[in-house]
Design a protein around this ligand. Structure first.
Ligand SMILES: Cc1cc2nc3c(=O)[nH]c(=O)nc-3n(C[C@H](O)[C@H](O)[C@H](O)COP(=O)(O)OP(=O)(O)OC[C@H]3O[C@@H](n4cnc5c(N)ncnc54)[C@H](O)[C@@H]3O)c2cc1C
Length: 598
């Protein structure tokens, strides 16, 4: 059975020593002192390890079942959901006006990481509800907010997002779900949505579906999409539940992973829907949900990497095979633990360096989101918007890769069900696909985000890196050589890639889009390089000021050096691929792809 230990020490280090949250000029952050965050993280950690983690295997083995239109979640899920609700864990960063606790998004992000590591399939139920809550909060009418939000904050009512249809996932301009206006100002929603996460289940008394549909006079494409609230049970004037709406779950998907989460076919048969925001402006509203959801999916990616790493490490410390080539370590045993072998250590260091870097990157992104939303910091908002596809795409690719590395650490045991590593691999895989595939994230980054507002955000990013290097160089030659020089070189590669796109992408967009995936990874490496420089500096300062936890801080610096020397140089490879342009990618005619067959 796999285990999970909440990484609260690392979280505290990132929050207080790296991001220095209580000094940030963001409303609500002044309350985030060490004691407060320690209390929240410790409590959340207990729920993650004691309540959610033991249900992870149960959820995987049992999955969800559909019988007479009713979806049953795995044993224990409902009780666990009650524990979350009763403890207020679903309301952390929600608006106090609707019963939320008003804490920063950064706090719910750190708690979310633990819940996701412990049980990703389970945590998607409150996660999707939160996304739906955010969308109604940002775009709903006052009456809609009053009707739905208080119950969604407590997760008495769940939430979903309904975009995908059988014939379209990426190209949502093609959707066919219809919304016919009714005389009473509501709409009749008809159509089929597929792969709807948490679309139907037995843990909430109502489910509030957010559905994309087209009005009869809708313009073609994405400009003609509107957003509707379609509740499972209609809500009476007094807030009580009314008639069952004309919608149903038509089937459950059999999937590679996240078996504990119900992935539903949803049929809308003239269901009553309520327009959110303006007609035909549904995509804009849905993007509110998707942006937060994309950060949340990036988090899921590295959170699976974290729990997989923990279990790989446990195995490597116990498993006895072979002898240390430089001298026997455990003479009283038949062999040394495999952690003595350089190749096993390389594998573990790669996992550790990614997961800790990814955590810092995600927490930084969450703090930028808070600065944008709570302090009206437009530059922070632009920066996080630029980085959203990087957080989603890079962290899920690498997060999945990390679960595979962890599986490899266990040798044959990693392939068996008993050890649980294969579940982490299977569960992590979806993060690269949903919320827009990672290819689409790269497209969004290069095709849209780079040029947004005349390229202001990317220019600000380069300025920030330059400023950081200038401010921190010249104090410690080892830090300059080990962290700042590699960061400078990687950031130069990123700039060179931007210049290549400017000079060649306009002439032929295939040159830019053939390199967009590499650009997303190049960008991700630079961000993690920056995070590692910041973490190493904070660790050095702690050591210099006499911290008693030398093992933790020395390990930070050593892990950072591993990232800078063994991962960051990948930026040169990504740049070389980008500068190769679209030539080899675009040369073959479609029929030539199969030319080697037969
Ligand atoms: C388990 C699970 C849960 C899900 N949950 C939800 C949910 O809750 N709500 C919801 O609405 N949807 C959900 N989805 C759907 C998911 O978001 C889509 O599967 C995803 O966005 C991709 O769409 P698609 O599968 O139709 O692929 P397609 O759009 O058919 O794309 C196929 C491939 O072509 C590529 N591609 C397509 N267009 C382009 C382009 N213009 N440029 C470059 N490459 C392109 C894609 O990257 C992909 O690799 C879920 C899916 C799964 C499997």
């Amino acid at each position: 059975m796999p285990t999970y230990t909440p990484p609260t020490k690392d979280m505290q280090f990132i929050l207080h020593d790296v991001l220095e949250v209580s000094a940030m000029q963001v409303p609500g952050y002044d309350e985030l002192d060490r004691d407060f965050t320690a209390a929240v993280l410790d409590e959340a950690g207990k729920i993650a390890s004691d309540v959610l983690a033991p249900l992870n295997v149960v959820g995987d083995r049992q999955g969800c079942t559909l019988e007479n239109g009713v979806v049953r979640t795995p044993d224990g899920f409902k009780d666990a959901f009650d524990t979350l609700r009763e403890g207020g864990w679903t309301a952390l960063d929600c608006d106090p006006e609707y019963g939320g606790q008003g804490l920063p998004y950064l706090i719910s992000t750190s708690v979310g990481e633990m819940f996701s590591s412990a049980n990703m399939a389970f945590n998607m139920y409150p996660g999707l509800t939160h996304g739906a809550y955010n969308t109604i909060h940002a775009h709903g009418s006052e009456a809609q907010k009053r009707t739905y939000l208080p119950k969604m904050v407590t997760c008495e009512w769940g939430g979903t997002m309904n975009l995908t249809e059988p014939h379209c996932g990426t190209d949502l301009g093609l959707i066919r779900t219809k919304a016919e206006p009714a005389e009473d100002g509501t709409y009749r929603i008809s159509g089929q949505k597929i792969w709807i996460s948490a679309g139907e289940h037995d843990m909430c008394e109502n489910i509030i579906h957010l559905v994309l549909a087209k009005l009869p006079d809708a313009p073609e494409g994405t400009k003609g999409i509107s957003l509707f609230i379609v509740p499972k049970f209609l809500v009476n004037e007094d807030g009580s539940l009314g008639a069952r709406n004309a919608l149903s779950c038509g089937g459950l998907e059999q999937k590679m992973g996240i078996h504990g989460n119900a992935t539903c076919v949803m049929n809308y048969d003239g269901a009553t829907g309520f327009l959110v925001g303006e007609p035909h402006k549904g995509m804009r509203a849905m993007f509110t949900m998707m942006n937060e959801a994309r950060l949340g999916v990036g988090l899921q990616g590295y959170a699976q990497g974290e729990v997989a790493y923990q279990n790989a490490l446990g195995f490597a410390l116990d498993r006895l095979q072979g002898r240390d080539v430089t001298g026997t370590q455990a003479p009283d045993k038949p062999a040394d633990p495999i952690i003595v072998h350089p190749d096993v250590r390389r594998n573990l260091m790669d996992q550790k360096a990614f997961v800790e870097g990814a955590r810092a990157f995600t927490f930084w992104g969450a703090s930028l989101l808070d600065a944008g939303h709570r302090a009206g910091d437009a530059q922070a908002e632009q920066m996080v918007s630029l980085m959203t596809p990087v957080i989603k795409g890079f962290l899920t690719d690498k997060g999945f890769e990390t679960t595979v590395l962890a599986q490899q650490t266990l040798g044959g045991s990693g392939f068996t069900r008993e050890w649980g590593l294969e579940q982490f691999v299977r569960d992590a895989r979806i993060t690269m696909i949903y919320e827009g595939t990672n290819g689409i994230q790269a497209l969004d980054l290069v095709g849209r985000k780079l040029a947004q507002n005349g390229g202001k955000a990317i220019m600000a990013f380069f300025e920030m890196i330059k400023g950081y290097i200038k401010e921190n160089s010249g104090h410690d030659p080892a830090f300059d050589a080990q962290f700042l020089e590699p960061l400078k070189a990687a950031s130069k590669d990123l700039q060179a890639a931007g210049v290549y796109f400017m000079q060649n992408g306009m002439k032929n967009p295939n040159n830019a889009l053939s390199g967009s995936y590499d650009f997303m990874h190049l960008f991700g490496h630079v961000c993690l390089g920056l995070m590692w420089a910041r973490m190493a500096r904070a660790a050095r300062q702690a050591l210099d000021s006499g911290t008693t936890d030398t093992a933790f801080h020395e390990a930070k610096i050593a892990t950072g050096r591993h990232y800078m020397t063994r991962h960051l140089p990948m930026t040169a490879t990504h740049l070389a691929r980008i500068e190769a342009g679209g030539d080899t990618v675009m040369t073959l005619a479609p029929e030539q792809f199969a030319s080697a067959a037969g």
